[in-house]
Write a protein that binds this ligand. Structure first.
Ligand SMILES: [Zn+2]
Length: 221
């Protein structure tokens, strides 16, 4: 199963990705994690990426694509993968198509996590995180035992700067601007499956799983 997962920040992408990864026994490939790892071990691509990231610039597509190309050659990715955080641009999407066609394989599915905007804002702006151990809470859905205090270590909970309503609006606008053309690109290829980005994620997966299976079978023919 060769898949991508997309979704606005807060649309439950991480949880869905871990369910998919377990269910299909495929590696979850997050380009963000790969860059962090490449920089940590100072690999050639890591050192190149670092030059841009330290200047606060975006890593150019060709560097990201090189990283992806190397990753796809590894043994565990031969029977499938789940990309997360990639592609981010149309040219990255086209590059991915080229890489896959050179390997004589095709993308099966693009899972798009969808959630109502107001719900998303409520979800993100209610998020609190422990200032010490990073444990996550929510003022409505996942309350700590004592308000404002971490259950695990007793430290004060804080709201991340990223999670204020104003920043969230901005993050969503940026996300939509970048992602909508990509969704359109994959929709034109008939690859997009919309998944509920709210409620129980496992249930949301069960709803789309037969469709994912059918799309994969179709591609094998
Ligand atoms: Zn804590």
């Amino acid at each position: 199963m060769r898949m991508l997962i997309m979704g606005a920040p807060g649309a439950g992408k991480g949880t869905m990705a871990s369910i998919i990864k377990e269910f299909y026994h495929i590696p979850h490939i997050s380009t963000g994690d790969m860059f962090r790892e490449a920089m940590k071990i100072s690999s050639p691509v890591g050192l190149t990426a670092k030059q841009y990231i330290e200047k606060g610039e975006l890593v150019p597509d060709e560097v990201t694509i090189r990283l992806v190309e190397e990753r796809l050659r590894e043994e565990d990715a031969q029977h499938g993968f789940l990309f997360d955080g990639f592609p981010r641009t149309l040219s990255q999407a086209q590059a991915l198509d080229t890489i896959l066609s050179l390997q004589n394989v095709k993308l099966d599915v693009v899972v798009d996590m969808r959630i109502d905007r107001d719900l998303l804002i409520k979800r993100l702006s209610g998020r609190r995180v422990c200032s010490q151990c990073n444990a996550n809470y929510h003022i409505e859905n996942l309350k700590p035992k004592v308000e404002g205090i971490c259950d695990r270590c007793g430290s004060p909970l804080i709201q991340r700067k990223d999670d204020t309503e104003e920043t969230i609006h901005h993050r969503l606008a940026v996300y939509e601007e970048n992602t909508l053309p990509l969704i359109a690109y994959y929709e034109a290829k008939g690859l997009v499956v919309a998944a509920k980005g709210y409620g129980n994620t496992y249930q949301s997966f069960c709803e789309i799983e037969p469709i994912l299976g059918a799309m994969h079978d179709y591609n094998q023919k």
